[in-house]
Design a protein around this ligand. Structure first.
Ligand code: AMP
Ligand code: GLY
Length: 425
C-alpha cells in the first residue's frame, strides 16, 4: 500500500517507524515530516489543514491510505474531504472530532451517556461565569471551550485567580476558542492516559501511558506539551481499564453513533483515577505526543494492522499481541522552552545513537542544514527505549541521551519517577 501520514512531529516519526515495519507498506510519504522522518520516509510540503490540497496530493501520489496525526486537520474536516473523495482514512470526521475541539460538547456526551466526569457548567459571558465561581468556591477549573494548543485550561486555586482566567478568556486570550467558557469541579486523583482504537462501533484498547507535563524535575515549573512519557501506566490496572471501557468509552461511542456521528480513529482518554474509579478529564481525537512514541515502541509493526482495521471497520476481529514490556520516552527540548527559545543550534552524535527495535530517537522538531541536524522547535528529540522493566527502559534511554551532543538543549533526568517508586531516578 501507498501510505500518507499527515504531521511532522515526534508522534508522526513514531507512526512512520511502526508503519515501515509492516510488510503491507510499499511506499510511505509524510507531510510535512521533519529531518528525522526524512531519514526513513519521503517527506512532502503540503498544507495539511486544507482538505482540497490533501485530496489532490493523495490522488497525484496514488495514495491508498491516509493516517492523520494532529488534531488541527481533523477539526478542519480533512478526513471528511478525503473520504468524500474515496480515500481510506484513519481519523474522525469533523463532527466526531468535536470530542476534542469542544469541551462543552464532550461534557454533553458524558451527561447523555452517564459517563463519570467533573461537574460542569458553560458560560458565554464573564458575569455569569464569575457568579458561578463565587457560589462554588475554589479550587475550580476554568477552560476555554475550543482548541487552544493545550493552553486553555486554568486550575484556579482561589476565586480571584478564577476571575482573572475568566476575564482573560472572554477578553480574547484564546481568540474564538474562548468565546465560550466551561467551568468545572476540581477533581482529585492521579492522571493517566488510555488509548483506544475505534471503528465507529467497536473499541479496542491499545495501551496506557502517563506523561510529565511540567518542565522541571519533580514535576515542577511551567506546563509544556509533555517532557516525557512511559507505558504502561501502573495506576491504570486491568480493573480500572475495564471500568473506563464500560463506564466511559463504550457509552461515548454508543452516543456518538446515536447522534449519527460515529467515532473512527484513536480516542485518547485523559482519566483521573481515585480509589480505583476512573473519571474523564478530557478526550483527544489523536495520539498523544509524546505518548504515541512509547505506544509505537511497544506495538511495533502490528500497530499498522490495528490502525488499518480501525479505518476499515474490522476491529471486531482484530487482536493486540501484548508483550509484558515497558517503554519510556525522554524529550530533549531547546533551552528556554516552554518560553522563548533559539532555533538552529547543531545537534551532534545522532548518527551514532543506537537505533533498533528496542530503542530509537524520534525527531520532534529538527531540520537539516548543510548535512547536519539542527533544532527547529521547542521540543526537539524524543529519545525512546523499551525494556523488560521500566528501569531497564529508562537506563537504555538515558544511555542514548548521553551519546547525544547538544549543549543548547536540556531534558529531565527523572522521567518515570512515580512508576519507578517515587523520587528514584
Ligand atoms: P485538559 O486540556 O482538559 O486535559 O486539561 C489540562 C490538564 O488540566 C489536565 O491534564 C489535568 O491535569 C488538569 N485538569 C483538567 N480538568 C481538570 C479537573 N476538572 N480537575 C482536575 N484537574 C483538571
Ligand atoms: N502529551 C499531551 C498531548 O498530546 O496532548
Amino acid at each position: 500500500m501507498n501510505i500518507l501520514i499527515l504531521g511532522g512531529g515526534g508522534r508522526e516519526h513514531a507512526l512512520a517507524w511502526a508503519v515501515l515495519q509492516n510488510p503491507k507498506c510499499d511506499r510511505l510519504i509524510v507531510a510535512p515530516g521533519n529531518a528525522g522522518i526524512a531519514q526513513i520516509a519521503d517527506c512532502a510540503t503540503l498544507d495539511i489543514e486544507s482538505g482540497p490540497a490533501v485530496v489532490e496530493f493523495a490522488g497525484e501520489n496514488a495514495i491508498d491510505f491516509v493516517i492523520v496525526g494532529p488534531e488541527a486537520p481533523l477539526a478542519a474536516g480533512v478526513a471528511d474531504d478525503l473520504r468524500d473523495a474515496g480515500f481510506l482514512v484513519f481519523g474522525p470526521s469533523k463532527a466526531a472530532a468535536r470530542l476534542e475541539s469542544s469541551k462543552a460538547f464532550t461534557k454533553e456526551i458524558c451527561d447523555a451517556s452517564g459517563a463519570p466526569t467533573a461537574g460542569w457548567a458553560r458560560f458565554t459571558d464573564a458575569a455569569s461565569g464569575k457568579a458561578h465561581v463565587e457560589a462554588s468556591g475554589a479550587p475550580i477549573v476554568i477552560k476555554a471551550d475550543g482548541l487552544a494548543a493545550g493552553k486553555g485550561v486554568v486550575i484556579a486555586t482561589s476565586v480571584s485567580e478564577a476571575f482573572f482566567a475568566i476575564d482573560d478568556m472572554f477578553g480574547g486570550a484564546f481568540g474564538d476558542a474562548g468565546a465560550e467558557v466551561v467551568i468545572e469541579e476540581f477533581m482529585e486523583g492521579e492522571e493517566a492516559s488510555f488509548f483506544i482504537l475505534c471503528d465507529g462501533e467497536v473499541a479496542l484498547p491499545i495501551g496506557t501511558a502517563q506523561d510529565h507535563k511540567r518542565v522541571g524535575e519533580g514535576d515542577t515549573g511551567p506546563n509544556t506539551g509533555g517532557m516525557g512519557a512511559y507505558s504502561p501506566a501502573p495506576i491504570l490496572t486491568e480493573a480500572v481499564a475495564e471500568r473506563a471501557l464500560n463506564e466511559i468509552i463504550r457509552p461515548t461511542l454508543a452516543e456518538m453513533a446515536r447522534l449519527g456521528t460515529p467515532y473512527q480513529g484513536v480516542l485518547y482518554a485523559g482519566l483521573m483515577i481515585e480509589n480505583g474509579a476512573p473519571r474523564l478529564v478530557e478526550y483527544n481525537v489523536r495520539f498523544g505526543d509524546p505518548e504515541c512514541q512509547v505506544l509505537m515502541m511497544r506495538l511495533g509493526g502490528q500497530a499498522f494492522d490495528l490502525i488499518h482495521a480501525a479505518a476499515e471497520g474490522r476491529l471486531a476481529e482484530a487482536r493486540v499481541n501484548w508483550a509484558s514490556d515497558h517503554a519510556i520516552t525522554v524529550v530533549m527540548a531547546a533551552d528556554g522552552y516552554p518560553g522563548a527559545y533559539e532555533k538552529g543550534s547543531v545537534i551532534k552524535g545522532l548518527e551514532d545513537a543506537p537505533e533498533d527495535s528496542r530503542r530509537f530517537t524520534f525527531h520532534a522538531g529538527t531540520a537539516e542544514r548543510d548535512g547536519r541536524f539542527v533544532a527547529a522547535g521547542g521540543r526537539v528529540l524524543n529519545v525512546t527505549a523499551r525494556g523488560d522493566t521500566l528501569a531497564e527502559a529508562r537506563d537504555s534511554a538515558y544511555e542514548t541521551i548521553d551519546s547525544i551532543d547538544w549543549p543548547e538543549g536540556f531534558y529531565r533526568r527523572d522521567i518515570g519517577w512515580r512508576a519507578l517508586g517515587g523520587g528514584e531516578t
